[in-house]
Ligand binder design. Structure first.
Ligand code: GLN
Length: 220
């Protein structure tokens, strides 16, 4: 399917096993993309990128294995399928996770610590300098968020908290993988969703179908 400009409409998948996938789907629609809920390998084959929502990382990690999606997702992520994790999703994408006792996706060179803001401020809202996104401050809702403790080579820090949190990173990107420790899907601001849609658009414009199908065939 194409839009009025003749470019292909991207299918942005939202992993819909647990967590706030419905809010991500609504943000994607507002940002002009077509969301597709993903629960099966078959559905995963039809997306140009995938959002891993906020929720409970222990539960999503367990369900990824139960639904036979963990291995295919790791393979597709390694091959450049755009992935974006918010909060619990960001935890699942991190190579090193402090205090998660089960296998996750481990695709992004960074270390995160779960629930690391402490009880006093386990949920809060901040206004972030927009950095590469431009425009006014970006509203950011943190709910029992992880903290990014370190990032590896080649990871771009897109957004940071303010001086009161030592400017620690809260949005990072490594090639086709994006992670935010807050929840853009819980605000009306669609800048980060639009950024991810562009990443998916780029991928859709440069498809590698034989590679993807070979991979999925082998794993399926
Ligand atoms: N604390 C949750 C976890 O560790 C993440 C919370 C969220 O996604 N809002 O999985």
């Amino acid at each position: 399917m194409t839009n009025q400009h003749g470019s292909r409409i991207v299918n942005v998948g939202v992993l819909a096993l647990q967590g706030d996938f419905a809010e991500h789907a609504a943000s994607l629609r507002r940002a002009g993309a077509q969301p597709l809920e993903v629960r099966t390998l078959e559905q995963l084959q039809h997306v140009d990128g995938l959002i891993i929502p906020g929720g409970e990382s222990t539960t999503i990690a367990r369900l990824l294995i139960a639904y036979d999606l963990r291995e295919p997702l790791i393979e597709l992520g390694r091959r450049g399928l755009p992935l974006w994790g918010t909060c619990a999703g960001a935890i699942l994408l991190a190579e090193e996770i402090i205090s998660l006792d089960r296998p996750a996706l481990h695709l992004m060179p960074m270390t995160v610590e779960r629930n690391a803001f402490g009880r006093q401020i386990d949920s809060f809202e901040a206004h972030l300098e927009p950095g590469p996104f431009g425009g006014g401050a970006i509203p950011a809702v943190f709910i029992r968020a992880p903290r990014i403790r370190s990032v590896g080579d080649g990871v771009d820090v897109l957004l940071r908290l303010g001086a009161e949190h030592d400017h620690e990173p809260v949005a990072v990107q490594h090639q086709s993988i994006l992670a935010t420790t807050f929840h853009p899907e819980l605000t009306a601001d669609t800048r980060i969703h639009r950024h991810f849609i562009e990443m998916c658009q780029q991928r859709a414009d440069n498809p590698r179908p034989s590679e993807a199908h070979a991979t999925l065939g082998r794993l399926g």
